[in-house]
Design a binder for this molecule. Structure first.
Ligand SMILES: NC(=O)c1ccc[n+]([C@@H]2O[C@H](COP(=O)([O-])OP(=O)(O)OC[C@H]3O[C@@H](n4cnc5c(N)ncnc54)[C@H](O)[C@@H]3O)[C@@H](O)[C@H]2O)c1
Length: 474
């Protein structure tokens, strides 16, 4: 199929490359001329796992342009993935999307063949039906559903794994103005995905609601696990991982996004939550759960800062390991680690920070305040408190004794994700989110409970143990 992809950013460029890698011819359009020039020059201007290699493999199927007319004329379907930032009220702004519709409309008007326009960007429910469809019909003089088709087909991908998530979806959500457009979209996606997803075909408005509510549901799971972690921390013998592993094994709940730790951040989850609340208000009703989910999320940063204050006075050094909102990305938008850094700096702490990718973007948000270190051991230098914030895989391999040696006297290690729970500490006092149990005090049955989960069975040392049934899981 000939595909045009408008907006070649973090999501649009990845999806364009995925289509091209499966043999489709892709015309990539972006309003940023320098971005287009860089792509034409063979560069990969987006930092995303696997993208440079994928682009290198499929460039022969791709062209990059700022010409919207050519993109529409010479493709069967135009997918639009431009920013929809939150406006002052928390609703998504359509400014960039409407600018694209205005630019593609002349070619759409002139085209005699049926053409599909797909909106991928996140929008407020009702937007395609009430705003985009009438706008395109007016600009082209054509009838939506007969002369051209309109789709709302968002992606469920996470930064750091966009390419892999795009190729292996659980769910393909296709909202369509008509059956013909839905069939074209399904045919296109079925040639690209490497998983066996559920195709959810529906009308435009239901698809918009589905996208928003799915993201909000996931944040509700995250906040539930985090609230549970805060409770477990206060109950001697409790361990949030043991509890969530068991809860997650029930198919009604599921294991993903159910790990107590830091809260959610990034460019999508926080603003989707707010937009969900506005959507309810616009519909004349009220979203009661969503504001509570955000409250729980905000409280985590306060709880962590209180833990730090309880151990070290302002003026002392705190080392923060991890700044991005999640591993695998440099993005620090709504990142809880950066919020912690900001609060500590405001309170007068010396903040030393490390992140494998996000130092530069964090320095921008923090306006250069604090000390930015290229290695985690350097960040720990003279620290009274070391905090493990973003669970980057490289932090699993840290030499804990080296970290202790660099830290100040009587240092505290706060481990938001419990990755060092079994480390043989010599100097650190250890506190983990979600458990009141010290590493040596873990109940033998608890450790057996966690190894019974299929994912954990892959860990080699655990496999050597004889299989023991945990009473709570039988
Ligand atoms: N990044 C993600 O993981 C993700 C996940 C789900 C949904 N989304 C949604 O996808 C949309 C895009 O997100 P993103 O992260 O890729 O944004 P981005 O900022 O990384 O990229 C947007 C691109 O669109 C281009 N652009 C802006 N206006 C344009 C115009 N008028 N014509 C052509 N190009 C234009 C920009 O130059 C930029 O290259 C947003 O609505 C976002 O909510 C993103």
């Amino acid at each position: 199929m000939n595909v045009s992809s408008v907006g070649l950013g973090k999501l649009g460029l990845c999806s364009a490359a995925c289509f091209a890698s499966k043999g489709h011819h892709v015309i990539g359009v972006d309003s940023n001329g320098r971005h287009v020039d860089a792509l034409r020059d063979g560069q990969c201007p987006i930092d995303e796992t696997g993208l440079p290699a994928l682009l290198a493999r499929c460039r022969h199927n791709m062209e990059f342009t700022t010409n919207y007319g050519h993109a529409v004329r010479d493709s069967d379907i135009t997918l639009i993935t431009v920013p929809t930032p939150s406006d002052a009220t928390g609703r998504f702004s359509n400014t960039d999307l409407e600018a694209v519709l205005d630019r593609i409309a002349p070619a759409l008007r002139a085209k005699s063949m049926f053409h599909v326009v797909g909106v991928v960007s996140t929008v407020m429910p009702g937007t395609c039906e009430r705003v985009f469809k009438p706008r395109l019909e007016k600009l082209t003089g054509k009838l939506c559903g007969r002369d051209f088709g309109l789709l709302y087909n968002p992606e469920f991908v996470a930064l750091g794994s966009v390419v892999s998530d795009f190729l292996h979806p659980d769910l393909l959500l296709i909202g369509a103005s008509d059956g013909r457009s839905a069939r074209i979209a399904r045919e296109l996606y079925s040639t690209v995905v490497e998983s066996n997803p559920c195709y959810a075909l529906m009308g435009l408005t239901n698809a918009e609601i589905t996208k928003l509510s799915l993201n909000c549901y996931v944040t509700m799971k995250i906040s539930f696990a985090n609230e549970l972690a805060a409770i477990c921390e206060k109950i001697p013998g409790a361990d949030v991982d043991v509890v969530t592993t068991a809860i997650g094994a029930d198919v009604r709940v599921g294991r993903k996004y159910l790990k107590g730790g830091l809260g959610f951040g990034g460019p999508c989850f926080p603003r989707d939550n707010l937009a969900f609340q506005r959507c309810a208000e616009d519909a004349g009703t009220c979203a009661h759960l969503s504001p509570r989910v955000v409250e729980v999320n905000v409280e985590i940063v306060n709880r962590l800062c209180a833990m730090i204050r309880g151990h070290a006075e302002p003026g002392s050094t705190v080392a923060l390991l991890g700044l991005s909102y999640k591993p695998g990305t440099h993005v620090v938008e709504e990142s809880q680690p950066v919020m912690v850094a900001e609060k500590l700096l405001d309170a007068g702490y010396v903040v030393r920070m490390h992140d494998p990718k996000a130092l530069e973007s964090a320095a921008e948000v923090l306006q250069g305040r604090g000390i930015y270190c290229n290695c985690p051991y350097d960040a720990a230098s003279n620290a009274s408190v070391v905090v493990m914030l973003t669970p980057w895989p490289e932090y699993n391999r840290l030499d804990i004794h080296r970290l202790e040696e660099r830290a100040g006297s009587l240092p505290l290690l706060i481990d938001c994700w419990r990755i060092y729970r079994n480390a043989p500490f010599r100097k650190f006092t250890y506190r983990a989110f979600g458990t009141a149990v010290q590493p040596s005090g873990r109940n033998v049955y608890d450790s057996l409970a966690s190894i019974l989960h299929p994912d954990d069975r892959r860990r080699a040392p655990v496999l050597e143990r004889p299989p023991v049934q945990h009473p709570a899981l039988t």
